[in-house]
Design a protein around this ligand. Structure first.
Ligand SMILES: [Mg+2]
Length: 377
């Protein structure tokens, strides 16, 4: 089945309430979506993680050379795109372009074969996926501690069993924020914190010791993603598990992370690190190091659906009767692209999202909203 077209769309929407984390602020959401069409008219959708206009340029650069290829041969197409960009993009945003096309091809293949993507990936191990709520960013005005505690409680009221909040404001403010959230949600709810590489080693260690007292499930990106030696040192000096990987690309990036003993939990982003094709290789590598995967996921329902299908196929590690289930990130911050453009809008129940057995990724794009959102921002 020949590829007829590969198109990229930048969709954007302004936010009602801007928010920030340790690196920058958001006042709009913007993402590049990719549509691959084959000769019988069937289409597949993908999404890239990273600056949308740059991802779009990458997709448009790659498109002419894959038009005419057999859409069913995803591995062959992936390798072609990889070799076409290797000299310039061993990591970084061009890999988000490849990821976006790769995810669209998996969606397309599922539709052509009338099989869900999880079947193509090897078969789901579970019918519902445990998700955790990502939120609790920094906002202007009012009492931040109280706002974070109230937001955390709202996720617990929605049934979430695990939550992730931002740190990286300042050590003193982080301590107050984490204590406030922990007090609000009690000890039974899992809590993770994410610094987005805001700290140096001494600061991260100081905060890590505070986190140990607050029963934190993981400390995410405490240090710069370039500081492999720092991660190793920090991980050895703290009891709280260390998580990172959203800034790593390809299996080779994760090899560096694992060989240097940097993390307890690896967080590849399917829409950035090389797509579903590459995350299967990263999964095999992580298994060989006995390292748990908890994919990073920040985007529309396409990214989330790809995450669901992937996580449904993960084997529990280590295996036992009372398994520790893998988890998928569920961003709860304001995102009209996620909540309007893609159907279905995923809703958790009791902290889990039900798997779909619809062909492909099981999602649909509203064509009118695609046009409307493509013209904004
Ligand atoms: Mg993060």
């Amino acid at each position: 089945m020949k590829i007829l077209s590969v198109e990229a769309f930048v969709v954007s929407q302004k936010l009602d309430a801007p928010f920030s984390f340790s690196q920058w602020s958001y006042d709009q959401r913007s993402v590049c979506l990719t549509r691959v069409k084959v000769e019988d008219g069937t289409v597949g959708w993908g999404e890239g993680y990273g600056p949308a206009s740059v991802v779009k340029s990458g997709v448009e650069m790659l498109a002419p050379s894959i038009i005419g290829m057999n859409a069913m041969e995803i591995g062959r197409i992936w390798q072609h795109m990889y070799l076409k960009t290797l000299d310039f993009s061993r990591s970084g945003v061009l890999l988000a372009s490849i990821s976006s096309i790769d995810i669209a091809l998996w969606d397309l293949k599922g539709k052509l074969l009338e099989q869900p993507v999880h079947s193509l990936l090897g078969g789901k191990r579970r019918d519902r996926i445990q998700v955790y709520a990502t939120g609790m960013y920094f906002t202007e005005g009012g009492n931040l501690q109280q706002k974070l505690a109230d937001e955390a409680q709202s996720y617990v009221d929605q049934g979430f069993k695990r939550l992730k909040m931002k740190v990286g404001h300042s050590l003193a403010q982080d301590r107050r924020n984490v204590e406030s959230v922990r007090t609000a949600i009690g000890d039974e709810v899992g809590l993770m914190v994410d610094a987005n590489h805001a700290y140096d080693f001494k600061e991260a260690r100081e905060l890590g010791l505070v986190l140990e007292d607050q029963n934190i499930a993981w400390f995410e990106e405490p240090l710069s993603p370039e500081d492999y030696a720092g991660y190793r040192r920090l991980r050895r000096s703290l009891k709280v598990p260390i998580a990172a990987g959203e800034c790593e690309y390809l299996v080779y990036g994760f090899k560096r992370l694992f060989e240097r003993e940097c993390v307890d939990i690896a967080q590849p982003d399917i829409c950035g690190t090389g797509g579903l094709t590459e995350i299967l290789r990263i999964t095999a590598l992580a298994r060989s190091f006995h390292i748990e995967l908890a994919p990073h996921c920040w985007g529309t329902g396409i990214a989330f659906a790809a995450g669901l299908h992937f996580v449904s196929t993960l084997d529990s590690m280590p295996g036992r009767v009372f398994n520790r289930e893998p988890v998928l990130e569920m961003d709860r911050t304001e995102n009209p692209l996620r909540d309007k453009l893609i159907q279905p809008v995923f809703k958790p129940e009791d902290g889990f999202v039900q798997m779909s057995d619809q062909p492909g990724l099981g999602i649909e794009i509203d064509p009118d909203l695609l046009e409307e959102f493509s013209t904004l921002g």
